[in-house]
Write a protein that binds this ligand. Sequence first.
Ligand code: AMP
Length: 193
Amino acid sequence: MITLILFGPPGSGKGTQAALLVEKYGLLHISTGDLFRYEMGNQTPLGLEAKRYMEQGQLVPDSVTIGMLRNKVEANRQVSGYIFDGFPRTLPQSQALDELLRELDTEVSGLVMLEVPDEEITRRILLRGQSSGRPDDLDEAVIRKRIDVYNAETAQVFDYYHQKGKSHKVHGVGSVEEIFQRLCTTIDSFQNG
Ligand code: AMP
């Protein structure tokens, strides 16, 4: 089983690349941002709770996020692997993921971080906002907040898996195809040990 964490700041191309990786490696793509947006669209209590944080570029509380993630994984146990996108974003989420995977008798295969400079990220998110329909992609103050939250709370997830020898960096600027090839080279290298 391959369990991949696709990591990087907002707007680094995780969603785009995850879609390609899913096809190539036959993994289940789990994006906590997409799950929250789905719940929001259906105006469920979970969606309404998440909305308050997402609108401001803040993280949804760990207890809510971890519970939702756990349900999704447990409901899809017959897959050949997972690609986590936008999760984990905090140390408690990382520990919860490790614990959950241990229960399933597996573990994180590797974390791959897409490295993209801040100015490029802001440019990409604003561009995406023109068609994504995501309010958090349209407001520059919210985008700035999301980048700040990434640097303050999320970046340390890289170090957490680095200490386990599982973190990898990939240059995230270039064409979609170029970046995809770089990702595949990295994934194939850690897959083969
Ligand atoms: P994303 O689609 O990954 O950019 O996530 C959009 C928003 O959803 C984030 O700015 C957070 O408010 C929320 N969110 C998504 N994933 C998580 C997570 N793992 N932990 C906390 N909040 C999250």
